[in-house]
Structure formats: structure tokens, C-alpha cells
Write a new protein. Structure first.
Length: 261
């Protein structure tokens, strides 16, 4: 297969993300041109920047958002947000756009937000979740560890997936803020990490996020998994009704009233 320059550029945009820039043509007209993001722009994006994504990235970040949103659905002071720019209001620290983050102590959870401004909200994220972008692995796994600690985020959760020697390696990393610095959290024997902010053991299984309540041991399911369970239960109930109807028909054929058994 021949790889064209257009294909190369499309792959670069997918891996690096992009922003649109207005370019004035010789005739005075203006056009939008896609510009790949730099490392600094990835770390501290502005509104309108398109960050890199993948199916794994979307499944994990979306799954985390889905599960945690339902977990805190009845909690009027806890919000779960996705791909929302966070403005810290800390001199020297740029904005971030976490894949997913949880905020406790909100005053107005139901407000429509286009950004999360910490000085205005009066609270900061308690847990930030990032799915590593392969092109920016160092930024997600190293730089953000320092910057989220500087921002005062209590816990930082990282999901990573990479190929090494023809094998796929999936990792879950966790950090907890102690005396202004992040210390790594130790996984249990199953590779899960306890995040106290949300009271959950969190891990990966077959490229899917797994969350278990630390107190009850109950696994928290995604909306899709809950729908599948409901569909399967409905199917089992329907099959049971069909079997009961056939049995009743058989009994009546033998002169037995099934209602009197």
C-alpha cells in the first residue's frame, strides 16, 4: 500500500492533535489551516484545540465518566467532568484539560460550564484521570505529575496502553498528594489501585476500566453493561414464560388444570 503525504498528515493530526489558524491568502481571503499541537499546547490547551484521541482513549475516559457520574448522581455537591478546561488561578501554572476529573464540595453542580475556574468555584478537582496519549507519554506520565501536584489535586490516576516487543502492555498508575508532593500508590495483587477520594479500587481488564467499591466489593458497571444485564434478564424472563406456557398447554392436553397444581 502506498502511503501518501495526506495520509501522513492525517496520522500526525490524530497523534498530536491540532488547532485551527486563520491564514490570509494573497487575494485577501482567509482560510482555516490545521496546525499540529506542540508539547506546550497539548499540556496547556485553549478552547477549540482538538486533543489526540483513540478508541482506547475514548472507551476508558468515557467509561470512567459514565461510572462516576452515576455513582454521584444523587450527590448535589460532587461533579464529574470530561474534557473541560481547568483554570487554576495559580501564577506560572497554565490551564489543563483533563480527560475526566471529579470535584467535591461544589456549590452549583447543575450549572452549565464551558470551563472550570478554580478561584470562581472555590474548590479544585480532587481526582484527575488521564489516558496517556502515545505521542505525549512524557507529558502525561511525568510533567502532569508535577503540575497537578502544584495545583493541589489530591489524587492523580493514569491509564496507559503501549506496545513493547510485540506485546500490549496496559498499566494503571496512581499518585496521592502528601505534603505538597505526589507519592505513588501501590497496586494490589490484582493490579488494582485504591483511590480514597472516590472510595474505589480501580484497574484495567481486557482494555476495560474496572471499578469496585472499596467497602462492599461491588463492581460498578457502565451504562452499556447495565443495559446488557437488563436485556439478558428480560430475555431469561421471556424464556421462562414460554416454558411455563408450554408446560401448561401440555398439562391441559392431559386433562390437568395447571392452576390447580
Amino acid at each position: 500500500m502506498t502511503v501518501t503525504a495526506s495520509q501522513d498528515l492525517s496520522e500526525e493530526f490524530a497523534e498530536r492533535g491540532w488547532r485551527n489558524e486563520i491564514v490570509t491568502q494573497p487575494d485577501g481571503s482567509e482560510i482555516y489551516v490545521k496546525i499540529p499541537l506542540t508539547s506546550e499546547e497539548f499540556l496547556h490547551p485553549q478552547e477549540g484545540y482538538r486533543l489526540p484521541n483513540s478508541t482506547f482513549h475514548e472507551d476508558i475516559a468515557g467509561g470512567v465518566k459514565d461510572i462516576l457520574t452515576r455513582r454521584y448522581a444523587s450527590d448535589r455537591t460532587t461533579g464529574v467532568f470530561r474534557d473541560l478546561i481547568v483554570k487554576w488561578g495559580i501564577p506560572g501554572l497554565g490551564n489543563h484539560c483533563p480527560d475526566t476529573f471529579v470535584v467535591f464540595g461544589l456549590r452549583n453542580k447543575e450549572d452549565i460550564r464551558t470551563e472550570f475556574v478554580v478561584p470562581v468555584e472555590g474548590v479544585r478537582p480532587g481526582l484527575i484521570v488521564e489516558v496517556v496519549s502515545p505521542r505525549y507519554r512524557k507529558e502525561d506520565r511525568q510533567t502532569k505529575v508535577k503540575e497537578y501536584a502544584q495545583a493541589g489535586v489530591r489524587e492523580y490516576l493514569i491509564f496507559d496502553r503501549r506496545r513493547q516487543r510485540k506485546q500490549v502492555i496496559e498499566e494503571v498508575l496512581g499518585y496521592c498528594l502528601i505534603d505538597g508532593q505526589y507519592l505513588p500508590l501501590t497496586p494490589d495483587d490484582d493490579g488494582r489501585i485504591l483511590f480514597e477520594t472516590v472510595g474505589l479500587y480501580i484497574g484495567l481488564q481486557d482494555s476495560r476500566v474496572v471499578m469496585e467499591d472499596a467497602q462492599t466489593g461491588e463492581r460498578l458497571l457502565t451504562s452499556q453493561e447495565l443495559e446488557q444485564q437488563a436485556s439478558q434478564a428480560e430475555q431469561r424472563a421471556s424464556q421462562a414464560e414460554q416454558r411455563a406456557a408450554k408446560l401448561a398447554e401440555l398439562l391441559r392436553a392431559q386433562g390437568i388444570n395447571p392452576d390447580e397444581i
